[in-house]
Design a protein around this ligand. Structure first.
Ligand SMILES: NC(=O)c1ccc[n+]([C@@H]2O[C@H](COP(=O)([O-])OP(=O)(O)OC[C@H]3O[C@@H](n4cnc5c(N)ncnc54)[C@H](O)[C@@H]3O)[C@@H](O)[C@H]2O)c1
Length: 255
């Protein structure tokens, strides 16, 4: 069996200012990787980077919008000049619209923002790191879908369901296109996670209990449950896995 080690590897985690991706960044660093932390909020990114450093990790920190091609190219260039090309890209950044808003009341601006951070952002970040991976003939990309993209969002609007579904299409396409270069591209699809976002959206202990009751394994995911899936998809243990969707939903999604 292969041991999981990311010693010295270069990892870029987007949306790492809070929630799941913050834990992803911390765990990669704990396993020896050099971790670049990106978030739209420079303050949150700096906070995560400081936590990585406090834990003895090596990090770079970027306040950048993943939907802004120039900003992403600058970021990936800066990482390459200090550490070399990105070897693992974790496309976790993604915004969401209002809860329980019907489609006929959804502003086009919400649709554009949700697609901008989730779909356009994942595309741009992949576009930026692929040439370095192609040259190295090796690389891993993990995109973030959701139970919403595997079925339909019970909480967020059509923009979120459609964006998280599009990420699966992007994953499939990239996996075929770049497999010949030794680049693996997969999607992780978390179910509801016990982190800031769900607390912001539904709040209240009773609401969380009600949601947990709908999940066959009887609880929300913890961020660590999702982190393990991401690590697996980047590790040698998944060396023959590409183009797949890893549901980490406690049985909430059966697709
Ligand atoms: N939390 C859940 O229950 C859940 C369930 C399924 C899927 N997901 C997905 O997992 C990923 C992480 O979820 P989370 O709950 O930790 O998210 P979160 O909302 O807590 O954090 C997302 C982070 O991404 C950043 N971000 C948003 N837009 C950005 C942009 N354009 N550029 C750079 N950074 C940007 C935000 O500032 C924030 O810090 C997301 O893609 C989310 O859709 C989450």
């Amino acid at each position: 069996m292969t041991q999981m080690s990311f010693d010295g590897q270069v990892v870029l985690v987007t949306g790492a200012g809070r929630g799941i991706a913050r834990e992803v960044a911390l765990q990669f660093a704990a396993l020896g990787a050099r971790v670049a932390v990106c978030d739209l909020s420079a303050e949150r990114a700096a906070d995560t980077a400081a936590a990585v450093e406090r834990a003895g990790g090596t990090t770079l920190c970027f306040g950048a919008d993943v939907g802004n091609e120039a900003a992403v190219m600058d970021m990936v260039g800066a990482i390459a000049s200090q550490w070399g090309p990105v070897e693992n890209l974790i496309n976790a950044a993604g915004s969401y619209g209002a809860a329980f808003r019907p489609t006929h009341e959804t502003p086009v601006e919400e649709w554009d923002a949700v697609f901008g951070s989730n779909v356009r952002g994942s595309f741009i970040c992949a576009k930026a790191v692929l040439p370095g991976m192609m040259e190295a003939r090796r690389g891993r990309i993990v995109n973030f879908s959701s139970n919403a993209g595997r079925s339909v969002s019970p909480l967020l609007g059509c923009s979120y369901t459609a964006a998280k579904t599009a990420i699966i299409g992007l994953t499939r396409h990239l996996s075929r296109e770049y497999a010949g270069y030794g680049i693996r591209v997969n999607t992780i699809a978390p179910g509801p996670v016990n982190a800031e976002r769900v607390a912001d959206l539904i709040g209240g202990e009773q609401a969380v209990r009600d949601l947990a009751a709908q999940i066959p394994l009887g609880r929300l995911a913890e961020p660590a449950d999702i982190v393990e899936g991401v690590l697996f998809l980047c590790a040698d243990a998944s060396r023959f896995v590409t183009g797949t969707i890893l549901d980490v939903s406690g049985g909430y999604v059966l697709a």
